[in-house]
Design a binder for this molecule. Sequence first.
Ligand SMILES: Cc1ncc(COP(=O)(O)O)c(C=O)c1O
Length: 403
Amino acid sequence: MKPFDPASALSARTSAIEEIAIIAMAQKARELKAQGADVVSLTIGEPDFDTPVAIRQAAVDAMNAGFTHYAPIAGYPELRAAIAERLNQDNAIPVEPTGVVLSNGAKQALTNTCFATLDEGDEVILIAPFWAAYEGIVKMAGGVPVIVSAGADTAFKPTIEQVAGAMTDRTKLIMLNSPSNPSGAVWNADELRALADLVQSHPRCLVLADEIYEDIWFEERPTSIAALPGMFERTITVNGFSKAYAMTGWRVGYSASCEPLAKAISKVQGTFTAGGNAFAQQGALAAITGPRDEVDAMRASYHRRRDLIVSLLADIPGIKVVSPPASFYVFPDISGLLGKAAGNTRLETDVEFCHWLLDEYHLATVPGSAFGGPGCIRLSFAASDDDITTAMSRLAKAAATLT
Ligand SMILES: Cc1ncc(COP(=O)(O)O)c(C=O)c1O
């Protein structure tokens, strides 16, 4: 008998999911660092701040007060009510507390929504460049990603005609990530209205609006599509505490929608994991009901660093940069540097470029291809001024050697 190969027992769904390139690049950077290399990494998609003290204290107090048991499936009523109040007041989304479902991070809220709405073969429009995890989540839920691409020339936003051209009878969801990871693009109110009209002309299409970066804006506060006339019933708004409050490790996120959708999302949440972490939700309650000065201070700090990195990038010949109006990412177009020779090798793709940059200049970045945006690279400026300055001088030096 042949020896058993465990890999032969994996599901087709799991096998179809590729390792996320962000993780691969961060891992390679860690390995080089462990070998003693002076690596600067701009790969990380999380705030470089610790969670504010008052939020941490609230979770410690909650744990000591007995919040160590299962939380309700859809989350604690006080937290659901506080989130609903904030969404009504600040975002003009008319959601009831019962429409809010807590989850272990926004990522799980996205997953819950896909499992609650997609049947096998349903199509999901992804606007490229998009957060790398979307494709895997959609495929795991049985959906079929349909990609609509936009480049630096249109500030990474497609025309409404492009989106319309990708829609079919099977389109069930449009994933709208405004502000966007990786480009920081924000859809303005007019663009959202055009998208809303398109969605409403379709019998069964919903919008999954991932607004996780909504508090990290530099020009004007982003608009929520769920606030537009006729869109509340058609939109699931996903958000969480990871980015605005520097709470990535806490794993608290949520979806907000009308009640029939919320009930289905809650059913998925209960099926996969029961309720989200009990004491982390109490920390989140302190975050959303507490003073916002630390969130504002973090935003101001990202704003300053956005200006720094964009000005340094703009000075590098061969790189085109769109200043991101939100998020802590910038997505420069490096296609002007591709096709050139680095010593004996020719760098044809953004993936080859990023590996070369890491190997030769010890600068870790993420290839745009990982986000469906070939020809670009993603840089996170949730990094120190020193790291940003060193990274950009290495990038400039590297670019200057290409012939
Ligand atoms: C666009 C986007 N959505 C969702 C998430 C996940 O957030 P959470 O940590 O709350 O799961 C991320 C994290 O990087 C993200 O970039």
